[in-house]
Design a protein around this ligand. Structure first.
Ligand code: MGP
Ligand code: SAH
Length: 230
């Protein structure tokens, strides 16, 4: 990660398998808002710690997708979203390119007692997409690390990894008719409405800010049937 240099800047904290950089300790301090069952043996690495969707937000996103049977979690990480989808009785296909993330996600789903509702796949979502079909694709890709916040506005075209936010969205629509997109709170809202135009007729969409207590943490945009029809 950019700006993270020396091993001596790392610190080993309770519940963490490996030492983490001092700059990400703030995420560990809020570990119970990430996983309320953190102390029951949750496994998480540094990237998982700063990327996992806080439990309250993941629960809300899962409730938003009610009515769906199968959700494809294209960027599973250590399982924050996949677990909450499974807790809502949805069948989840959980994909991550990093085998360690999938190992941790499976373990964490066992801690929550929902591993039997999740199919875990190690792989690249872009390569797997032609083989997948579901009702909803959930996208929570890497935002470029915690440094994303340095830019005043977050441009999904140039700042998302591993591909542009528009091409990722188009691939997701080949897999399912509805897409939920989890993005930085600084995201360019005009771009989120432009995404609805990639389909004809334009997809219904809904954008919400996600809070933990009184602090806005991120934005979720819902496209297709899962968007509330107001
Ligand atoms: P944040 O925006 O990095 O910090 O992460 P925060 O909590 O605003 O810190 P503060 O000191 O400014 O208050 C907020 C949340 O965004 C995290 O808990 C994750 O859920 C999510 N998040 C952060 N990053 C860097 C990523 C990422 O790269 N990918 C994904 N999918 N989610 C992320
Ligand atoms: N929503 C997750 C966090 C996702 S973080 C949670 O709540 O736990 C983003 C994840 O995307 C990382 O774990 C990273 O390994 C994964 N990733 C990056 N490129 C990928 C790709 N091409 N296909 C699948 N996963 C990818």
């Amino acid at each position: 990660m950019e700006g993270f240099c020396s091993e001596s800047d790392k610190i080993l904290l309770p519940g963490m398998a490996d030492a983490i950089h001092r700059d990400v300790v703030k995420y560990w301090l809020r570990r119970y808002s990430l996983f309320s069952r953190f102390d029951e043996g949750i496994k998480i690495d540094e990237e998982g710690l700063f990327s996992v969707t806080p439990e309250e937000i993941a629960k809300h996103q899962a409730a938003h997708c009610h009515g769906a049977c199968t959700v494809i979690d294209a960027f599973t990480g250590v399982g924050g979203n996949a677990i909450q989808f499974a807790c809502m009785n949805l069948h989840v296909i959980a994909i991550d390119i990093d085998p360690k993330k999938i190992e941790y996600a499976r373990h964490n789903a066992e801690v929550y007692g929902v591993a039997d509702r999740i199919d875990f796949i190690v792989g690249d979502f872009f390569q797997l997409a032609p083989t997948l079909k579901g009702d909803v694709v959930f996208l929570s890709p890497p935002w470029g690390g915690p440094e994303y916040i340095r830019a005043e506005k977050y441009d999904i075209e140039t700042m998302l990894r591993p591909a542009s936010g528009f091409s990722l969205f188009k691939v997701a629509l080949t897999v399912a008719p509805s897409v939920a997109y989890f993005l930085p709170r600084t995201v360019d809202l005009d771009q989120l409405s432009q995404l609805s135009w990639v389909s004809s007729p334009p997809l219904p969409y809904e954008i919400e800010r996600n809070y933990v207590r009184d602090e806005v943490k991120a934005v979720t945009a819902y496209y297709g049937k899962i968007a509330s029809q107001k």
